[in-house]
Design a protein around this ligand. Structure first.
Ligand code: K7E
Ligand code: CUA
Length: 679
């Protein structure tokens, strides 16, 4: 924990006091042979207790509990040191969480409508996002978000943008961290699902979206009998333009890959910058069909001892794609597999036992793979990979892709425990790997250039901290960058059995905060945060002072989707209603505590285009706007201009009102929409 010096010394003072008090309490408690129940029943009211000693006693807290509380308790007004962006899983959103307090600050609407943010309830900017995110012509109103990626400059988070994938529909979204709002949703034109997204290259030139379940590219039909010939894997490289804050689909491309199930990807950095690594599973090419007497997927896809780490020379792939050596699928350029092989931009390396996760060490020297069915993590050396390529130390796989010799590229294998999945890094020469089956987080030491950073033997398991319970990803503070911070690690666990009050058969997920600031076998659990909205998979944690979001939009009439003043922005005094045939256009302002105009009179059958500008400049002056029956709800933040359209199909009297409690006279912030019957 990095606190200002004075708070740190205050903190150690308090800790000492608390420990002294607590020890006294424990001695007193045991002497009095207190009723066991009273000590451990933490539902006991503590309202009457006025000392730390009495409260700790009444709630059954240990010295470690109190220390953890002091490390995480964030009194009113104190702000968090880190911000975590967690994927929202089925929620299709991104959760913004402060560390170390583990308080949820916001849920950013991405693939799913969200009424508080006025996302998907009429506001044309947000309706357009659902339009551009259409899948095969269908509006899809959820996503399965897996991997958030913060934009990077020279391999460090820069706090400008956040990207996230939708595994269920192969889409990626761009969030602008100036206002924490989604700006773009891109549908992958060649695939219907993805997984290895999103990750960024060290300067955010490219956003990586790897595939998952192989299918004919372009979502064409082909029988499973043709799996080996017609089904394909893929990885897509989306060009990102920092100036406009948009993915540029017409400068993006994909690589055709064998129909192995690509899983996760990571970009090379520092010494390996310009390369991309993806693990895979089901190189068995199992197609399931247990009902027809075939092995089920889970065993069919686990028969081989080795799958393939995909090693991609991205710099070369960009050259090849730009030189036009591509084929077109749905108008999207794809570098064919045989071209990638001929150009020497794609290699494989064997990786043990249905791996999951690939993580590149901060200096880019090592790639860490976890074998779900292997108790080891396997560490590959980038230098050795380059040497094996130069030495042509490979043999082709069934599709002709060169498979590098395993022993030639292997740096180390470290035994950690059961079900290793994902790895993170810190500033002390340690790596951390989640162990799904062990329900633990393992700290282990790196060797090579990281050896000097710790006093432990290299490539060794140091400690395992149990977590509750099945852990998937873990996220360490700035843990994906070229300069991780250490300090904190969050374990993103599935299904919080026995951790919280029962809320029915569908269990909340559990985020657990671990203190990784001390070296050695010292990695205590600090805090549990239940998450009852979807299953977050991955998260990234950025130093809060790297973020500089706006307090209000820069100018009155701001359109957050163009990040400029809107042509239909309305200034005070310019409010009006204009009719042109059956088209009615309204220019409205919102200010505490009224809308102008307060009466809007139209006719049934009119098409309505309605512009509202929040003309306020105060930080806390957001207004909502809702119309019953027409499913309209907007959030109009200070300075923002919003447009919505609808057909007035039903006559009646509709009160529109502000849905944010914006002032003492907020209830009066209302008006009448009168829709006169057509005849
Ligand atoms: Cu392991 Cu989709 Cu990254 Cu879930 S993935 S845990
Ligand atoms: Cu504006 Cu309530």
């Amino acid at each position: 924990m990095q606190l200002p010096d004075q708070s740190r010394s205050k903190l150690s003072y308090y800790i000492t006091i608390i420990f002294a008090l607590l020890l006294t309490a424990l001695v007193v408690a045991s002497c009095q042979k207190q009723n066991e129940e009273a000590v451990t029943d933490n539902t006991e009211t503590t309202g009457a207790s006025t000392t730390v000693q009495a409260v700790a006693e009444a709630r059954g807290l240990t010295p470690d509990d109190i220390l953890a509380a002091v490390k995480t308790y964030t009194p009113t007004g104190m702000k968090d040191e880190y911000i975590m962006f967690a994927s929202g899983g089925h929620a299709g959103q991104v959760f913004v969480i402060g560390l170390p307090s583990m308080r949820l600050l916001k849920s950013i609407a991405v693939f799913t409508p969200e009424p508080w943010q006025g996302y998907g309830y009429g506001a044309s900017g947000t309706m357009n996002l659902f339009e551009e995110g259409k899948v095969g012509g269908h509006i899809v109103t959820w996503g399965d978000t897996h991997h958030p990626a913060l934009s990077e400059t020279a391999g460090d988070y820069d706090g400008q943008y956040l990207f996230i994938n939708d595994k269920a529909n192969a889409r990626i979204a761009v969030i602008d961290l100036r206002d924490f709002e989604t700006k773009q949703i891109v549908k992958n034109p060649i695939a219907l699902n993805d997984h290895g997204g999103t990750m960024v290259t060290p300067n955010t030139d490219w956003i990586i979206e790897g595939g998952q379940y192989a299918a004919p590219l372009g979502a064409e039909y082909s029988s499973l009998a043709n799996y080996a010939d017609d089904y394909r894997g893929m990885v897509t490289f989306w060009k990102f333009d920092r100036e406009t804050g948009r993915v540029l689909p017409d400068q993006s491309f994909a690589l055709e890959l064998p129909p192995y199930w690509q899983d996760l990807c990571d970009a090379g950095k520092k010494v390996s910058e310009g390369w991309v690594f993806c693990n895979s599973f089901n190189t068995e090419m199992a197609t399931g069909g247990v009902e027809d007497g075939n092995p089920p997927f889970e065993s069919g896809a686990s028969q081989r001892d080795m799958d393939y780490l995909h090693i991609i020379n991205l710099d070369k792939a960009v050259e090849v794609a730009q030189s036009g050596k591509t084929i077109d699928v749905n108008g999207f350029p794809i570098v064919p597999l045989e071209t990638s092989i001929a150009e020497g931009l794609l290699y494989f390396a064997p990786e043990p036992k249905s791996p999951h996760g690939i993580d590149v060490a901060p200096g880019g020297e090592y790639m860490v793979i976890s074998g779900k069915l292997d108790p080891h993590v396997t560490v590959y050396s980038f230098e050795k990979i380059q040497q094996a390529i130069a030495d042509k130390n490979y043999t082709p796989d069934a599709y002709g892709v060169p498979v590098l010799d395993f022993d030639a590229v292997l740096e180390q294998q470290v035994e950690l425990g059961l079900g290793p999945l994902h790895t993170q890094f810190d500033n002390k020469g340690y790596a951390y790997t989640s162990l799904f089956l062990d329900s633990a987080v393992a700290r282990w030491s790196l060797g090579g250039p990281y050896s000097d950073l710790h006093d432990d033997p290299d490539w060794t398991l140091i400690q395992k901290t149990p977590v509750h319970y099945n852990v998937g990803h873990i996220a360490a503070a700035e843990g994906d960058t070229v300069s991780p911070d250490g300090n904190y690690l969050v374990s993103l666990n599935k299904w919080a059995v026995d951790r919280f009050q029962n809320v029915g058969p569908l269990l909340p997920q559990n985020f657990q905060l671990l203190d990784i600031s001390a070296p050695g076998a010292n990695m205590p659990l600090l805090y549990d945060m239940p998450m009852g909205i979807g299953e977050p998979h991955y998260a990234q944690i950025i130093k809060a002072d790297k973020l500089a979001p706006w307090e209000v939009y820069p100018e009155i009439g701001w359109n957050p989707h163009t990040q400029s003043v809107d042509a239909n922005a309305v200034q005070l005094g310019e409010e009006r209603i204009e009719r042109n045939g059956t088209n009615v256009e309204i220019w409205m302002t919102a200010v505490r505590s009224h809308f102008t105009p307060e009466h809007v009179e139209i006719k049934q059958g009119d098409h309505v285009i309605w512009h509202i500008t929040n003309v306020e400049r105060a930080y806390d002056a957001t207004h909502g706007f809702s119309i019953p029956m027409y499913n309209i709800n907007l959030s109009i933040e200070p300075g923002e201009a919003v447009t919505f359209e609808f057909d007035a199909t039903d006559d009646g009297v509709f009160s529109y009102y502000c849905t944010e409690f914006c002032s003492a006279l907020h209830l009066e912030m209302t008006g009448y929409l009168l829709v006169e019957p057509a005849n």
